[in-house]
Design a protein around this ligand. Structure first.
Ligand code: NAD
Length: 545
């Protein structure tokens, strides 16, 4: 096929506009009918290896967190044999894929973005609402908007990356070729953001890598919808292979494989450390050093100075801690409040929390929905009961839960005067916020405590009206968060605007959606070409006087 003589350019993208789903809106009626359509029929989800649907007969179910007896789908699960098949499919696809002109590759992902934002918007949102228990707004900002944003910003950044070229001197032409990695990339996604399935697979794939994708068992339903959209956009067979199933069966085969070229992971710190250990133990067996990119847990904070606006703090606490039931890596889960502000702030919080409705996302008036599954429910309830019994903590809001129909936990606030109380330090991943009350004159000392209390360093906020208080917080908390907010909640990072990622135990901080992330999936080759090569080995300095 003839190739077009052109240096393709991509316009800087805009973030996808969020629809409101307000009462009487067209999108509200459309999402409602998609929800009832999806609820009314159970689908069967195969593996997709080399473009082929594979049914193993070993199945599991996609359940609805807010109605856990309801099955949306049965899905086939992969084991070691299918994992090995996927490596073969990735190997087979990668030659043609890597050789395809980059503009053609990117066109597929730009098209996928438009399919997600356009004709499949309701489908991907409804799948996320039902399968992962998100209200419509949380699904819209994740599944539709962030997915489209990831694809568009990555494509734009890839074009910028390819444009980064070395200088050349007289008689020489230097070029940098951004080769894909030699081998496959293993993408492992968590349950809590549909868009992360896009991020983890598309970033390596659009640069010419072949990918094997293991979605979370609790997000297979929306992930499968996404996989079908990729194919509809023209993704060639085998470029992304869809491999749901138990990590214990799939992980070892892929992680120890000599052709493993990279792991693109988002999930818990514990699992990422396991992956790193496995790769470390087998380091002599790989063809190339596998790139390890992981964004993991958080213990995100809201730190409040006495000069802050209490109303703004209360809103940030409620939205930051309880949206999507606190199941965001960025969710506010500890707050440092000056004692002088607590009485008034507490009244505001109790009033807001008292008005929050908890229930299924199909009822649009519910702000808080169910947590993802039984294991999450039990773990979160364990923390609540620990706090209830602890002599040095008090539950001032919520603390109740009910798992008869769905895994519902009411927004809960714990107050403690112990800065290293268990729920101040450990990731809970549920609608539980712990407040530490500090003496107003111990601002700097308490900032130091905040910095040192947890191993994580993902997100955090400072609320203050006095500039000097902000200056001090920025300095003391310099390594406490990869995403730092001033007078705003620590959640809701937008692709292209607040590049996301944390350090310390929170991850490798490769900033999803940016050029920094893309750099991890290429292995540049430098090419020097000399137009008129030297014909004599001797240099002029060797000439006789
Ligand atoms: P998880 O760690 O339980 O699972 C993540 C993925 O890893 C799943 O697909 C799972 O099947 C797989 N996995 C589990 N064990 C594995 C192993 N030994 N080898 C290979 N893969 C394995 O996480 P989760 O419950 O799905 O998600 C919640 C966690 O993700 C929280 O800790 C949260 O903070 C984190 N998270 C972080 C970010 C971020 O950007 N920093 C974003 C979202 C979620």
């Amino acid at each position: 096929m003839a190739m077009l003589n052109a240096a393709a350019t991509i316009e800087p993208p805009q973030n996808e506009t969020t629809l409101s789903y307000g009462s009487g809106s067209l999108e509200r009626s459309r999402i409602s009918s998609t929800l009832s359509d999806f609820r009314s029929r159970e689908i069967e989800i195969p593996l997709i290896i080399g473009g082929r649907e594979v049914r193993t007969g070993r199945t599991a179910a996609c359940l609805v967190p807010h109605d856990h007896r309801h099955r949306l789908a049965v899905y086939h699960t992969a084991g070691p044999e299918e994992a090995a098949m996927a490596v073969g499919a990735a190997r087979k696809a990668s030659k043609t894929w890597a050789a395809m002109a980059w503009a053609d590759r990117l066109a597929i992902f730009l098209k996928a973005a438009d399919l997600i934002a356009g004709p499949h918007r309701m489908r991907i949102n409804a799948a996320t609402m039902l399968g992962q228990g998100k209200n419509v707004y949380q699904a819209e900002i994740d599944a539709a908007c962030e997915s489209a944003d990831f694809l568009r910003f990555y494509c734009w950044n890839a074009a910028r990356l390819f444009g980064l070229q070395p200088i050349s001197s007289a008689g020489v032409w230097n070029q940098m070729e951004y080769r894909p990695l030699e081998g496959f990339v293993f993408a492992i996604s968590p349950f809590n953001f549909t868009a992360l399935g896009v991020n983890l697979t598309a970033a390596p794939a659009l640069l010419g890598n072949a990918v094997i994708w293991k979605p979370s068992s609790s997000a297979v339903y929306s992930s499968y919808h996404l996989m079908r959209i990729f194919h509809e956009a023209g993704l060639p067979d085998g470029v992304i292979n869809f491999l749901p199933g138990p990590a214990s069966q799939i992980g070892p085969v892929l992680l120890k494989h000599p052709e493993l070229a990279g792991v693109h992971f988002t999930g818990s710190t514990e699992v990422f450390r396991e992956i790193w250990k496995t790769v470390g133990t087998h380091i002599e067996g790989y063809r190339t050093y596998p790139r390890l990119v992981g964004e993991t847990g958080g213990k995100d904070f809201i730190f409040v100075h006495p000069s802050a606006d209490a109303q703004a703090v209360a809103v940030a606490m409620v939205r930051g801690a309880f949206e999507y039931q606190g199941q965001k890596c960025s969710a506010a889960s500890r707050a440092y409040i000056p004692k002088s502000m607590w009485t008034s702030l507490k009244d505001l919080l109790l009033e807001m929390i008292g008005s929050i409705r908890v229930g299924p996302p199909e009822d649009f008036s519910n702000f808080v929905n169910a947590v993802i599954d039984r294991a999450a429910f039990d773990k979160i309830v364990g923390y609540i009961e620990f706090a209830r019994k602890a002599p040095d903590a008090e539950i001032v809001a919520g603390g109740s839960y009910d798992d008869r129909i769905g895994y519902f936990i009411h927004p809960t606030i714990i107050v403690t005067e112990k800065p290293d109380f268990k729920t101040m330090a450990e990731e809970i991943f549920g609608p539980v916020l712990t407040v530490f009350l500090y003496d107003d004159d111990r601002y700097e000392e308490t900032l130091q405590i905040c910095d040192q209390t947890s191993p994580y360093a993902l997100t955090g906020s400072i609320f203050a009206r006095e500039r000097q208080a902000i200056v001090v917080a920025k300095r003391i908390l310099v390594n406490a968060a990869g995403n730092f907010y001033i007078n705003d909640k620590p959640t809701g990072a937008m692709i292209g605007q607040q590049p996301f990622g944390g350090s310390r135990a929170s991850g490798t901080n490769d900033k999803a959606g940016t050029l920094l992330n893309l750099l991890r999936w290429v292995s540049p080759r430098t090419i020097k070409e000399t137009f008129v090569p030297a014909t004599d080995y001797r240099y002029p300095f060797m000439q006789p006087d």
